[in-house]
Every structure is written in structure tokens, then in C-alpha cells.
Design a protein around this ligand. Structure first.
Ligand SMILES: *Cc1c(COP(=O)(O)O)cnc(C)c1O
Length: 384
């Protein structure tokens, strides 16, 4: 048995490249602290060149990017958007804020992503968009989703909060639908504390995206000298981060490949180490379809139904391993009941959300991952 670490292993630990402060002090020297300065531009170009998206815009969060999407698609009271219930609150909240009704569809048992075969049944004359969430950086079945959207004249907004540096059939997540939303929150792969980006893949939406992000004004055209004054053009808000945040994020982007490959290696270590445990019926490992290249964002296991998850978490904690679970499905939440609708059964969502267990997975865990594996197997064996 690998020796027990001197301190408890956190569920998440933000990875720092060591270059963040250097770039922040450069931003400080530049004397340009509001948004859309040199660091923001570097980040925009990085996203555009790495994902092949037409236009990337930094935002202060993925939540903000999703809110911008609802504004961009002109959605409002009486409209519906289709999404999984097994997701973070922002996916639904961003649309509910505009008076739109999120309609939940069940997830697939393999990837835990929206079940694309159940989407068509959820479409009504009110439906305006589909919001696939790429869980754990593993892509949804995008070919099928895009086809449904085209057949019914719907927009597609990818919640790619967890999907930076991951792809589907060679296409970067976030670059496939009309719009894509990234998160650079501390718990994600590339971080800036709080932070996000909106990827605009539909050329007709670029100009309005820039206006909505700048408080609904045409300030961008003004700063480029295209117009001689800027004014309120339409509904918008302040969705851009300041330069200090962009400078931090730039340091992370420069090491994006390294950070991602560290995470993938860790993920792979878990995955290989749990083969026997899966065969013995102690757990089920994640399933990644061949067309999906994931980014090691998350390692989770599914416990057998008869195991008491809170006891497992408690025992792991007593052995210095901090494991957690999420999400409380949105259709079970108080706000979800109030603002959202369900289409069909939520059987898989209810089942999976009760059995999932997320293990620590962060760049830097390399020395302790074997301890986490051994401890997890030891604890689970007791529940057999
Ligand atoms: C993290 C996350 C968000 C929210 O990201 P923020 O940048 O914190 O706003 C939205 N959707 C999903 C699926 C997430 O994992």
C-alpha cells in the first residue's frame, strides 16, 4: 500500500504555471486595466486559433456566456430551450432569467450527456434552441444534435464549460453549435479564478455579440474609429473581464497542452487501475465514445445501487481522500420545479445522480493518485 499522505488530498487544487504574476505585472505596467486590452486580445486569438471558432470573446464566467447566448438568440417569455437536467444550475438559470422555459431531457447512461434520441420528442412550436452540455469534457453526440436542430430550425448553444481542449470528430468543443460557452473558473482545466468565453461560430451573431457584451453599446466600433460616438443599441450588460484576469488566463493558455496532458495521464491512471474493480462489480468506469477526445477534466466512478454513497464518502474522507458528488438534478431542485419542465422520464438522470462519485483529479496529483486508487478500492471492497 502506498503510504498515506501527510495532509488530506483535496478534491480540487488549482494549477498555477508560475507565470501568472509576471503577466499580471505586465498588465499593470501597460496601464490598461479595463477589458479588451492586449491580454484579452491575445486570449481571443488563442481560442480562435486553437478551436477554429470565428470569434472568441472573453467573459467574466461561463454563466455570463450563457446569459449572452439567451440575449443573442432573442429568447424570452413563451420560448423553450432543451437541455439535460443533469447539469450545473447556470445552464438553465441563464435562460430562465430571460423568462425562457428550460425543458429537461434525460441523459445517456454511458456518457451522462443529453440523450440525443429523446430530443425530438421534447420539441414543441415554442422550442428555440438545444443546449447540449459536454459532461466531463466528453462530447455529446453532436452530429445527431446538429441534424435535429437543422430539421427544426433551432439554434445550438454548447455548454462547453468543462470542454476546453476537448474535441468531437476532430472539432473543438464549443466550436460546433451556433454558440459555445467556456469556463475558466478555478475548478476547470484552464483557470483565471472566475472567467469564461463565448465562442461565436455563426457569423451573423458576431456583431451583436460584441454589442451585448459591451453593455448593449457599439463601443467596439467607436474604439476602432468606425463610428465617432457610441450609444445604446440594444439590451446588454457588462460581460467582459478586466485585463488582470486576462493576463492570468494568458499564462494558463501558454501551458494549455501541458496542463491537459497532465490531466489526461491522471485520468488514464485511474482508468487502468480500476479495470479489476469494475470486473468485480465494485464500480463502473466512465465510458468515452471513440469519436470523443476528452481533456481529463473529471474522473468519476458509478457505485453499485446498493452501496451507501454517503458512507463511502465519509470513509474515504477518514482516509484522507476528499471525494464528492454532484449534481442534484435540476428537475428536483426548488427553482427547477418552478421555472422548468420535464420531457419524458428522468430515469437515467435520477439513477446516475444517486450513484456518481467524483475522485480528486487535478494536475499535480501524480504523486498521490495511486494512494487514492488503493484507498478507493479498499473502501469499496468493504461495501461489497
Ligand atoms: C462550471 C460550469 C458552469 C459555470 O461556469 P462559471 O464560469 O463558474 O460561470 C456552467 N456549466 C457547466 C456544465 C459547468 O461545469
Amino acid at each position: 500500500m502506498t503510504h498515506r499522505p501527510s495532509t488530506s488530498i483535496p478534491f480540487n487544487w488549482p494549477y498555477m504555471t508560475g507565470q501568472e504574476l509576471g503577466h499580471i505585472s505586465e498588465a499593470h505596467r501597460n496601464g490598461k486595466l479595463a477589458g479588451d486590452g492586449p491580454y484579452t486580445k491575445k486570449c481571443h486569438h488563442w481560442i480562435e486559433s486553437h478551436t477554429n471558432t470565428l470569434k472568441a470573446l472573453l467573459t467574466h464566467s461561463c454563466t455570463a456566456s450563457l446569459e449572452m447566448s439567451a440575449l443573442l438568440l432573442d429568447l424570452g417569455v413563451g420560448d423553450e430551450v432543451i437541455m439535460p437536467s443533469y447539469t450545473f444550475v447556470s445552464t438553465a438559470n441563464a435562460f430562465a432569467l430571460r423568462g425562457v422555459t428550460p425543458v429537461f431531457v434525460d441523459i445517456r447512461g454511458d456518457t451522462l450527456n443529453i440523450d440525443e434520441t429523446k430530443i425530438t420528442a421534447a420539441i414543441t412550436p415554442k422550442t428555440k434552441a438545444i443546449i447540449p452540455v459536454h459532461y466531463g469534457g466528453v462530447a455529446c453526440e453532436m452530429d445527431a444534435i446538429i441534424k435535429i436542430a437543422e430539421n427544426h430550425n433551432l439554434s445550438v448553444v454548447e455548454d462547453a464549460a468543462q470542454g476546453v481542449m476537448a474535441s468531437y470528430k476532430g472539432k473543438s468543443l464549443g466550436s460546433i453549435g451556433d454558440l459555445g460557452a467556456y469556463s475558466f473558473h478555478e475548478t476547470k482545466n484552464l483557470i483565471s479564478g472566475e472567467g469564461g468565453a463565448l465562442l461565436v461560430n455563426n457569423p451573423e451573431m458576431i456583431e451583436r455579440a460584441e454589442i451585448i457584451r459591451e453593455k448593449g453599446t457599439d463601443r467596439k466600433k467607436f474604439s476602432e474609429g468606425i463610428v465617432d460616438k457610441y450609444t445604446w443599441q440594444e439590451l446588454g450588460s457588462s460581460y467582459l473581464p478586466g485585463e488582470i484576469i486576462a493576463a492570468f488566463l494568458w499564462a494558463q493558455m501558454l501551458e494549455a497542452k501541458k496542463i491537459t496532458s497532465k490531466r489526461i495521464q491522471l485520468w488514464q491512471t485511474y482508468h487502468s487501475a480500476f479495470i479489476d474493480a469494475e470486473n468485480e462489480g465494485l464500480l463502473r468506469r466512465p465510458i468515452v465514445p471513440a469519436e470523443c477526445l476528452h481533456n481529463g477534466h473529471m474522473y468519476y466512478i458509478l457505485l453499485p445501487r446498493r452501496f451507501d454513497r454517503s458512507k463511502v464518502i465519509k470513509e474515504l474522507g477518514e482516509n484522507s481522500v476528499n471525494a464528492i458528488f454532484h449534481y442534484i438534478p435540476l428537475h428536483q431542485s426548488p427553482a427547477g420545479r418552478k421555472f422548468c419542465k420535464i420531457s419524458g422520464s428522468m430515469k437515467v438522470t435520477d439513477d446516475i445522480s444517486g450513484r456518481i462519485l467524483r475522485l480528486p483529479c487535478w494536475a499535480g496529483l501524480e504523486d498521490e493518485v495511486n494512494y487514492v486508487v488503493e484507498t478507493t478500492i479498499k473502501v469499496l471492497s468493504k461495501f461489497k
